[in-house]
Design a binder for this molecule. Sequence first.
Ligand SMILES: C[S@@+](CC[C@H](N)C(=O)[O-])C[C@H]1O[C@@H](n2cnc3c(N)ncnc32)[C@H](O)[C@@H]1O
Ligand code: SF4
Length: 240
Amino acid sequence: MKVIVSGIVDLSTIDYPKKCSAVIFLHGCNMRCPYCHNLNHILGHKKEMTVEELFNNIDFFFADAIVISGGEPTLQKDAVIEIAKYAKEKGFPVKIDTNGTRPEVIEELVKNNLIDYVAIDVKCKFDKYKEFVKCKEDGEEIKKKILKIIDLCKKNNVFVECRTTFVPMVMDKEDIEEIAKTVKDCDLYAIQQFEPKDAYDEEFKKLPMPKEDELKELGKIAKKYVDRVVIRTINGVFEI
Ligand SMILES: C[S@@+](CC[C@H](N)C(=O)[O-])C[C@H]1O[C@@H](n2cnc3c(N)ncnc32)[C@H](O)[C@@H]1O
Ligand code: SF4
């Protein structure tokens, strides 16, 4: 089988907490998040290869873990499973970044011991979802799917992070409060600093980057509900 890849990063120190990872960006996405800094690249680049060819393209000199990201990697179910199997056979821990819309793919990974870390993006308050990210599911469906993934991971001892990229002017503390209440059972909730430079929607390139202090205040709100909260900024990761 062939994997449709948009890019590979041989070494990242930020994509897998506390590890140096190689990141595989799979092509395609079922959302159109206006703030997304990857989507233009993902949609514009496409290369088909086998999993073996993919791994031969990665320089493993420093990396000690694999991150499967994108785009939305779960859209390529068989590819994700094969990549995870290949990585596990080579002894690498595997993390997947997902928007949460394909719990069945995460279930297959979890049930077959092919995944160590699941990071689920929770985009905004659930009643704003459809309009904000242009997905086909409504907010309630998305919420059920996200909760199913959290439950699966918790029951099978797979680390599960939820995270929100905070975009000023279009989100506020109510978004964070509702999300944190909903995902309270996850192992970690991260609030990420929006970087406007490469946003998919031109209008979002004009929005400001949220200040660290603002994110810390939001982190305190989230902390009322979730045991472990961090904020991720261009200056690093801060525990709340
Ligand atoms: C590009 S997504 C790919 C994985 C998956 N589709 C998802 O949405 O989680 C990976 C991460 O990048 C974050 N991200 C996207 N655009 C960003 C931006 N402009 N600034 C900061 N983080 C951003 C997302 O919120 C997500 O946590
Ligand atoms: S942030 Fe993730 S879900 Fe949203 S458009 Fe980008 S790749 Fe797709």
